[in-house]
Design a protein around this ligand. Structure first.
Ligand code: NDP
Length: 251
């Protein structure tokens, strides 16, 4: 049997795809053959251009994912415009930094709601049509902070640990219905999210020296893993957290 990474005829939905990791994933899924819906707050012009350049259809769905209010509509809009939904990539995320003694309820709720609560309820909504068709792939974006505590980011560590947990919980329940649920834990990836770290000469050098591969990750490094987890090549993989970190955790 040939190993199959082909996504022709599939429809993907990617959250937070106007920039960074989500953008690279959306374009890579299109290059692998999928039509791609993008759900997020901002204009995803470059991402839509990348999808079109791959010869695939793109769909711009404007939604604020800090609450679960839009989740059912996002799935309905995707199916209405593109015909089906086969792949969901839960990528949208935020981080808030503050010292522990003054960490606010607002920063707790914003991060946990956006990174974890919406991820679950959007997955729940997408899993219905996936289960009905007997096949689907859900890929969640976790973090090294699914495994480590970090500094000054307690709500992010809690949310991303939760992403690892809920990935396994959903994988268990959806496996009999032909839906695989996995996560990717990126290491240090050069995006807007990490711009301040990259701009700080000392921190930038420390990070590169700490990574066995010796460089920051690129969004495309995560996109390769996402295409694998979205494709038939990973049909026997479920409930896993695939770490893509240049060797950071191995050290
Ligand atoms: P970016 O800041 O470039 O991308 C984050 C995306 O999430 C943006 O598209 C943003 O859209 C979207 N988003 C945030 N809040 C909302 C919201 N309320 N509603 C809709 N969309 C929203 O960062 P990255 O590409 O680095 O991050 C992507 C994912 O990867 C995140 O889950 C992050 O936690 C994770 N990650 C990143 C790492 C890194 O080193 N970069 C390491 C580990 C994990 P908008 O611009 O409209 O706000």
């Amino acid at each position: 049997m040939a190993i199959n990474f082909d996504l022709s005829g599939k429809v993907a939905l990617v959250t937070g795809a106007n920039t960074g990791i989500g953008q690279a994933i959306a374009v890579a899924l299109a290059q692998a053959g999928a039509d791609v819906a993008l759900a997020g707050r901002s204009e995803p012009a470059d991402t839509l251009a990348g999808i079109a350049a791959a010869g695939r259809r793109g769909l711009d769905i404007r939604a604020d994912l800090s609450t679960i209010a839009p989740v059912a509509g996002i799935v309905d809009d995707t199916v209405a415009a593109l015909g089906r939904i086969d792949i969901l990539v839960n990528n949208a995320g935020i981080i808030r930094r503050a010292d522990l003694p003054v960490f606010s309820e607002e920063d707790w709720d914003a991060v946990v709601d956006t990174n974890l609560k919406t991820l679950f309820f959007l997955s729940q909504a997408a899993a219905r049509p996936m289960a009905a068709q007997g096949a689907g792939k859900i890929v969640n974006i976790a973090s090294l902070l699914s495994f480590q505590g970090g500094i000054r980011v307690p709500s992010y560590a809690a949310a991303k640990s939760g992403v690892a947990g809920v990935t396994k919980a959903m994988a268990n329940e959806l496996a009999p219905q032909g839906v695989q649920v996995n996560a990717i834990a990126p290491g240090y990836i050069a995006t807007n999210n990490t711009a301040a770290l990259q701009a700080d000469e000392t921190r930038d050098r420390q990070i590169r020296e700490r990574i066995p591969t010796g460089r920051w990750g690129r969004p495309e490094d995560i996109a390769g893993a996402a295409v694998f987890l979205a494709s038939p090549a990973s049909d026997y993989v479920t409930g896993q957290i695939l770490v893509v970190d240049g060797g950071w955790l191995a050290r």
